[in-house]
Design a protein around this ligand. Structure first.
Ligand code: GDP
Length: 412
């Protein structure tokens, strides 16, 4: 059974044109291939086909795609959930933000913070979504990493902490300095599919040391055990100390790690995926979720674990040419199994779960169950709409308050 700690439910949020679609596609490409090969060594596997040539029956906008990433001898299941581009506080946006645990915020290295990105950022604050920043399009004319970092700090009032510095910009963007490992990651092929870990170039050593010091100083203010080490002997601080401190600060939303890349050129994707599993929270890091008892209207807290009574939220319905109607559900507690009979919060009636599926980047996979913290699809589910809670008939729950009544068509 998958450990709850090994899931990541992430969204990708961006201003239109920042590169969200390209980045999503590249993430699926890198993870999809590594999944098929079944072995990836620290993310620098040699890949043999071009993403453009990769055939996918499933479009990347299909609402929630499961993929896997290997890092540090562990395989992580990353569910990428489509986050609407529009920025109003509608039920749909609220729901999509609710079903993800964290996000990658993408900014264009040239355009930086734009009015719409401010709204999306504040919305993510409102819904307590920890995030990392990916400054994309580093290859573009006018790309300026430090300017965008400054803009995010000033205009979004976010404690952004770069964990990388780009090496070069525009045509000369060739890699990044990893300020935690203190190594240069330099892409070694035109298409950026593989990279070498090298010594930091001589002309960047000073700026890299300054960047690392800034990271350590800021992070020490947020993490006591790092502060103790920093005061005693900064040289005793290991990469793991920094990962731990930064992960904690990111999840508490006190810090936002920042990375750089050029999605279009396949640059920066592996380190970004490493950052997703390193810094962003697992469902288990959000141990309790608020719900309501529909009989008493009293709020109840439900525990994120596989053995609790079931609580799932239907958050999106899609139709596929091959499999038909798919209802996407996020499971907050318990385990949803094919064959289960569940209670639907909106209709008050029971529904039967026949077949369960997982949407992979290139195929559908039939599965037997979906456990707490995970996302999956129920095939051909009747009489269930987005926003409906599915729970055990003996333990009815309501995850989303129904704010407006159903229109009563034909009622007179
Ligand atoms: P979205 O609107 O945020 O989904 O952005 P898209 O992924 O559709 O990208 C918008 C445009 O930017 C497209 O023309 C992409 O080819 C281009 N683009 C995306 N990533 C990069 C990048 O890393 N470098 C450059 N130069 N262009 C990019």
């Amino acid at each position: 059974m998958k450990r709850l700690a090994d899931f990541r439910n992430i969204g990708i949020m961006a201003h239109v044109d920042a590169g969200k679609t390209t980045l999503t596609e590249r993430m699926l490409y890198f993870t999809g291939i590594t999944h098929k090969l079944g072995n990836v060594d620290e993310g620098n596997t040699v890949m043999d086909s071009d993403p453009q040539e990769e055939k996918r029956g499933i479009t990347i906008s299909s609402a929630a795609i499961t993929t896997y990433w290997k890092h540090n001898n562990n395989t992580w299941q990353v569910n990428i959930i489509d986050t609407p581009g529009h920025v109003d506080f509608t039920a749909e946006v609220e729901r999509s933000l609710r079903v993800l645990d964290s996000a990658i915020a993408v900014f264009c290295a040239r355009s930086g913070v734009q009015p719409q990105s401010e709204t999306v950022w504040h919305q993510a604050n409102h819904y307590n979504i920890p995030r990392i920043v990916f400054i994309n399009k580093m290859d573009r004319q006018g790309a300026d990493f430090q300017r965008v970092v400054k803009e995010i700090r000033q205009r979004l009032n976010a404690n952004v902490l770069p964990v990388q510095l780009p090496i070069g910009a525009e045509d000369t963007f060739t890699g990044v300095v990893d300020l935690i490992k203190m190594k240069a990651l330099v892409w070694n092929s035109e298409d950026g599919k593989t990279y070498d870990e090298l010594e930091i170039p001589a002309d960047m050593q000073t700026v890299a040391r300054e960047g690392r010091n800034y990271l350590l100083e800021e992070l020490s203010l947020l993490d006591e055990s790092l502060l103790n080490k920093y005061t005693a002997d900064p040289d005793s601080i290991t990469a793991d100390d920094i990962y731990t401190a930064l992960r904690g600060a990111t999840i508490r939303m006190e810090a936002v790690p920042v990375l750089a890349g050029a999605a279009y050129k396949n640059k920066g994707i592996q380190p970004l995926l490493d950052a997703v599993v390193t810094y962003l929270p697992a469902p288990v890091d959000i141990p309790q979720v608020s719900a309501m008892d529909p009989l008493t209207d009293e709020p109840v807290m439900i525990n994120t674990n596989e053995t609790a009574p079931l609580a799932g939220l239907a958050f999106k319905i899609i139709t596929d040419d091959y499999v038909g109607k798919l209802t996407l559900v996020r499971i907050y507690a318990g385990t949803l199994k094919s064959g289960d009979t569940l209670w639907n919060s909106r209709t008050g009636r029971k529904v039967r779960i026949s077949r369960l599926m997982r949407i992979m980047s290139d195929k559908y996979e039939t599965i037997d169950e979906i456990s707490a913290g995970d996302i999956g699809a129920v095939v051909g589910l009747k009489d269930v709409k987005t926003g409906d809670t599915l729970s055990h008939p003996d333990h009815p729950l309501l995850l989303e308050k129904i704010s407006f009544p159903e229109p009563m068509i034909g009622y007179a």
